[in-house]
Design a protein around this ligand. Structure first.
Ligand SMILES: Cc1cc2nc3c(=O)[nH]c(=O)nc-3n(C[C@H](O)[C@H](O)[C@H](O)COP(=O)(O)O)c2cc1C
Length: 155
């Protein structure tokens, strides 16, 4: 598959990361990936690792996959070409919908993780979960800290 992207340092194009919401991809034990829209995210360095932190409500199917699956995720910042996927991934659940199919998203196999990234994204990150914690009383979301093991930017 021809990939219109290059591998980058995790902190390159960081302003693009913060400018818009993302597509979070997780993988079930059955090998099926799921995608959900995610607004609450940050990127930085923790314990000398480049990291991305995502906040996911325990009510999401994605939460189940993050806690019971391969302990990896990918985070993808979509280009305009696949902007339509944000509504689909943010309003349907992977419990009963194949959102990759519904949104016509193409997967790119992970290089350092088992979870795929998504084609036609401005930025994509492959992450391995190294820590997780509840977010306290502010909101019922769980924080997953992922070490960035590969990062890509569209050419
Ligand atoms: C713009 C937007 C941003 C969202 N951000 C988050 C988020 O940061 N964390 C979260 O848990 N859910 C967030 N959601 C909700 C999930 O995307 C939504 O509940 C989704 O259907 C969950 O899919 P799943 O059940 O397949 O995991 C957001 C939804 C939208 C539309």
């Amino acid at each position: 598959m021809a990939e219109n992207r290059i591998e980058i340092n995790p902190y390159e194009n960081i302003e693009v990361f913060f400018k818009q919401d993302a597509l979070l991809v997780t993988l079930g034990k059955d090998g099926k990936p799921n995608v959900m829209t995610l607004a609450w995210k940050t990127i930085g360095e923790l314990w000398h690792y480049p990291t991305i932190i995502v906040a996911v409500s325990p009510s999401r199917y994605s939460f189940k996959l993050l806690t019971e699956g391969v302990r990896e995720f990918t985070l993808n910042i979509p280009s305009d070409k696949i902007r339509h996927a944000m509504d689909i991934a943010g309003s349907y659940s992977g419990r009963n919908t194949d959102k990759f199919k519904q949104a016509n998203l193409e997967k790119i196999p992970g290089k350092k993780v088992k979870v795929p990234t998504i084609k036609d994204c401005l930025l994509s990150y492959e992450c391995k979960i190294i820590h997780e914690t509840d977010s306290g009383n502010n909101a019922p979301h769980h924080l997953f800290v992922g070490e960035i093991v590969a990062a890509y930017a569209s050419k």
